[in-house]
Design a protein around this ligand. Structure first.
Ligand code: SAM
Length: 274
């Protein structure tokens, strides 16, 4: 992966991709580490460009994940807009195809260029992530990477953050699969990448797509869901991509006020219901 970004804050440690959270001597942690350290066993035997349905990785993805376009004479990949985003499996180290141009490797290559961290116009939002370049719909922005936590660790950290009343970086990805929900918890609060600076919006220009290429644990990959002009803030909806914001009720009065200023702002940040 090529990731040249860094934190301006020396108290934070930059990690390009997820790393295990603090070790615990319990079954929940052991189970998480077992999955984290296991590898996807399928690989393709394509030579050169991977095409659907011959490529095993694309077959497992239920169709091509990305399409190519020329950007100032350079080939770039964009997420297919008709793609089932629950199933994005990139080629991996075991695959026979070429790492540089198989057409099914994007998230593993690293974030887009031109991302800038700066203070938001609305002070209370803190820092935000902005783009200095024009970004096309379907562009991979960056991962939301940090410590991979068990559910108990995530709940504890979330409670502590709520009590402190400061920023909360713990994100829960819910994947709905055959009637069950598989949850992935990532906290870039202390160890994280550039994605930790992305703020929430009720009308976001990006969304999170679970992408797998090495371990069965998905990368929380942030993609542009529309074209984005230079100097715009990068945002995604902190609610799961399946569950939209819910109206505030008595049970969620503790939710933070949302300052996204979008026309359809729900007024509150999505509630962490895990
Ligand atoms: C993942 S961090 C985003 C980066 C953060 N703004 C910073 O300065 O590092 C999430 C935190 O940012 C703030 N935040 C993000 N989006 C917001 C929004 N739309 N309205 C108000 N606060 C927001 C909240 O405090 C939230 O807990």
């Amino acid at each position: 992966m090529t990731d040249t970004y860094a934190h301006g804050d020396s108290r934070l440690i930059y990690t390009e991709t997820n790393l295990p959270g603090p070790s615990e001597d319990n079954d929940e942690y052991k189970e998480l580490m077992k999955t984290f350290n296991s590898r996807l066993t399928d690989y393709c035997t394509c030579v050169g460009l991977c095409t659907y349905p011959t490529c095993k990785c694309l077959e497992k993805s239920d169709g091509p994940n990305y399409h190519m376009y020329m950007d100032h004479g350079e080939p770039k990949l964009l997420l297919n807009s008709n793609k089932n985003i629950n199933l994005v499996i990139e080629c991996n180290n075991e695959c026979y195809c070429l790492t540089t141009n198989c057409g099914n490797r994007l998230v593993q290559i690293g974030p887009v260029n031109g991302l800038v961290v700066k203070t938001c116009e609305i002070d209370l939002k803190g820092l935000g992530l902005f783009t200095s370049f024009y970004i096309r719909k379907g562009t991979f922005i960056c991962e939301y990477a940090g410590e991979l936590l068990t559910k108990s660790q995530a709940v504890t950290r979330n409670k502590i953050n709520q009590l402190k009343g400061g920023m909360n970086y713990v994100f829960c990805l819910n994947e709905h699969c055959n009637g069950t929900v598989v949850q992935t918890f990532v906290d870039p609060g202390h160890f994280g990448n550039i994605g930790r600076y992305i703020n929430h919006s009720c009308e976001p220009n990006c969304h999170i797509v679970p992408v797998r290429h090495d371990s069965p644990i998905p990368k929380l990959a942030i993609f542009a869901r529309c074209d984005i002009e230079p100097d715009k803030e990068i945002t995604f909806n902190y609610g799961s991509y399946k569950d939209d914001n819910v109206e505030p009720t008595e049970s969620n009065v503790n939710r933070k006020k949302c300052l996204c200023r979008s026309k359809n702002c729900a007024g509150y940040m999505p509630y962490d219901t895990y």
